[in-house]
Ligand binder design. Sequence first.
Ligand SMILES: *Cc1c(COP(=O)(O)O)cnc(C)c1O
Length: 390
Amino acid sequence: MAIPFIDLAAQQKIIRNKIDARIATVLDHGKYIMGPEINELETALSEFCGAKHSITCGSGTDALLLPLMAWNIQKGDAVFVPAFTFFATAEVVSLLGATPIFVDIDPDTFNIDPAKLEKAIEAVVSQDETIHPLPSIAKNQKLSPKAIIAVDLFGLPADYDSILPLAQKYNLKVLEDAAQGFGGEAHEKKACNIGCHAATTSFFPAKPLGCYGDGGAVFTNDDELADVIKSLRVHGKGKDKYDNIRIGLNARMDTMQAAILLPKLEIFDDELEKRQQVADWYETSVADVEELVAPKLPMGHKSAWAQYTVLCKDGEHRAAVQAKLKEAGVPTMIYYITPLPYLAVYNELGYVKGDFAVSEEYSERVLSLPMHPYLTEGSFRHEILDGVFE
Ligand SMILES: *Cc1c(COP(=O)(O)O)cnc(C)c1O
């Protein structure tokens, strides 16, 4: 019997009664848009992560877009993003007409490398590509550095101890993309309240805290920013949605998704502990396999373990491990097969092979293994371990 990569059915079994009751309540009151569950969820999310404002929205992508719109990011602006992440992180920058400036990742954490980030900022300011690879547009035109989007890849918060002082030095906004990181921690501070100007998450079903459709949220401690984002979320509303004072979006979360997230949030802490337990099992087993490298957490950091991603020796080794696991009924995934600068859509930026050495190498070596809170020690040992590690 094949084991699942993630197991949403096992989770649903535990809270199915509560979810059914919540859905029934929504069907009874009929407030499908901005119903009372939205406010209830926003309060609960703020309680969970400590951020003053939690603003739910339609997806993790909308969540990234909203603060960038509030900051008036536009054509001629540079926004620094990791080269190795999900496309949405850079897509929102391009959608607003600004230019994503890609930065390579730290080989130990998979997250944006702060030393290279500073070089990228300097390179944009001086239009000097000998300091850091630049897109062609940044060589021909002086872009204005405006913001950094740091990603908590695979669930591990990025190195905000280094990123936040850099942002201050160069007067940049920092947006924490915690689509995979909600539930993680850095020095006792929860992801989405680590000290960035704003943070976002996604409730896409496969994320650590997922709903049954699309959903997302923005977090901030800045009252003024929160007000603008709430306006942008509903067509740039002023007093009401027929008093439009700016160009916005329809980016609200459905009441139904909030109703589903409420019972899921209740068990989220327990699930995070279970994910850590699974990560611990993996770590001790991967340590026995010579050619696989297990992820390591920096001091004082906790991962939400959105993914458990190991490094194989090279592409050939990865194909062999993946085939062996597949035969044993163990599904795997490759996050991500192409670093963002090399996606077809970014051909026009003119990056060349070798510009992002770590991201390029890792796109050939990464392999994500099954990870979810309901993986039992028995199935872990018998199905996964026997599949790969024997
Ligand atoms: C999933 C994801 C997003 C986008 O979230 P959606 O809810 O799918 O729009 C953005 N950034 C990262 C890093 C993600 O993993």
